[in-house]
Design a protein around this ligand. Structure first.
Ligand SMILES: [Zn+2]
Length: 299
C-alpha cells in the first residue's frame, strides 16, 4: 500500500514496502525534502504533481505501477458515495480544479481531517472509560477545519458520510472574501494565512509580540468557544502547523472567561499533535476499518 497526505504545500507519502520507497527515492531524489527509511515515509512539494492534469495523472500512474493499493487524503471535500455496488470518492477541491466533481480512481480517499480525527479517536476510545465521552479535533494550518466525534460515530464510521467545513462558518459580517466563495469565514481570522498577514510574512512573530498575540487569541478563543458551546467536548486535539505555537492553557482561560452567562469551569483535556505521521497512520487505520466494514465479501 502507498498512502499519501496531500497538503497545500507539502505531500507526505508512506510506503508499506521498503523497496517501493527506495524506487520512489531514486526517481524523485531531487524533489524529496525529508525522508525516514525506518518509518517508511518521505515528503515532497505538492506542486510537483499538482498541475496540469497530465502531470497529476502521470504521478499517480507511476505510484500505481509500484503498488496496486493507493490511498490518499485530499484538501477540500471528498464525498464518499456508493454507486452500483461500488464505492466512489468524488473530489471537490479548489486546489485540483480539473478534478472538481469527478471521482478519483484510488482505493480510498478522504479529507485529511478525517484521517487525523480517526487517528486520535482510535487512541481516545481504546480506553473504555472514554466511551461515553466525545472528542473534538481542530486542524489549523493553511486552512481550518474541525470534527466532533462520539464512540458510535467512531465505531460505525458515520463521520465518513458527513461533510465537515467548520473553517467556513461565518465569523464576521465583513466584506472580506474567502477563497471558498463565501465572506467573513472563520478561516480568514484564525488560519496560518491570517498569522502570516498579522506577522508581516512571519506567522511565528505573532506569538512573540504581546499586542499581535492578544489579537490572535481573541479571534481563536471566540472561534473555539463557539465550537465548545455547540459540542461540549471532553477532549480537544489541535493539529496542523499552528498547533506547534499554541498555548492551550491561555486559550482555555480565555474560553472560560468568554463563556455565555458567566465565567465557568470547563473540564476539557487538551493535546497538540503536529506530526505528519499521525495523518498517514490515521488514513491507513481508517482504510483498514473501511475495508473490513464495507468491502469484505461475506461467505
Ligand atoms: Zn470560506
Amino acid at each position: 500500500m502507498i498512502a499519501l497526505d496531500i497538503g497545500g504545500t507539502k505531500t507526505s507519502l508512506f510506503f508499506s514496502k521498503k523497496e517501493n520507497l527506495s524506487a520512489f527515492e531514486e526517481r524523485y531524489s531531487s524533489f524529496i525534502t525529508e525522508i525516514n527509511k525506518k518509518q517508511k515515509f518521505c515528503v515532497i512539494p505538492t506542486k510537483i504533481f499538482q498541475e496540469p492534469e497530465e502531470k497529476f495523472t502521470k504521478f499517480f500512474s507511476y505510484l500505481k505501477s509500484l503498488d496496486n493499493e493507493i490511498i490518499s487524503t485530499f484538501p477540500g471535500i471528498v464525498k464518499i458515495e456508493k454507486e452500483a455496488g461500488k464505492w466512489r470518492f468524488r473530489i471537490f477541491s479548489r486546489r485540483f480544479p480539473f478534478l472538481i466533481g469527478k471521482c478519483i480512481d484510488l482505493n480510498f480517499a478522504v479529507n485529511d481531517l478525517y484521517a487525523f480525527a480517526y487517528y486520535h479517536a482510535r487512541k481516545f476510545f481504546k480506553e473504555p472509560h472514554n466511551r461515553d465521552k466525545t472528542i473534538l479535533t481542530i486542524q489549523i494550518g493553511t486552512g481550518v477545519n474541525a470534527m466532533h466525534m462520539n464512540y458510535y460515530d467512531y465505531k460505525q464510521l458515520l463521520f465518513l458520510r458527513k461533510i465537515f467545513e467548520a473553517g467556513h462558518v461565518t465569523m464576521r459580517q465583513s466584506a472580506e472574501q474567502c477563497y471558498c466563495g463565501r465572506k467573513g469565514c472563520a478561516e480568514l481570522y484564525i488560519s496560518g494565512k491570517f498569522l502570516e498577514r498579522l506577522g508581516n510574512g512571519d506567522p511565528t512573530a505573532v506569538f512573540k509580540d504581546e499586542a499581535l498575540k492578544r489579537e490572535y487569541y481573541t479571534n481563536l478563543s471566540l472561534y473555539v468557544s463557539s465550537l465548545v458551546i455547540l459540542f461540549s467536548p471532553d477532549k480537544i486535539v489541535f493539529g496542523g502547523n499552528v498547533a506547534k505555537s499554541l498555548d492551550t492553557a491561555l486559550l482555555h482561560r480565555l474560553i472560560e472567561e468568554t463563556f455565555p452567562h458567566f465565567k465557568i469551569h470547563l473540564n476539557i483535556e487538551y493535546e497538540k499533535d503536529y506530526s505528519r505521521l499521525s495523518i498517514l497512520r490515521g488514513i491507513v487505520a481508517l482504510y483498514e476499518k473501511f475495508k473490513k466494514k464495507f468491502l469484505m465479501i461475506l461467505t
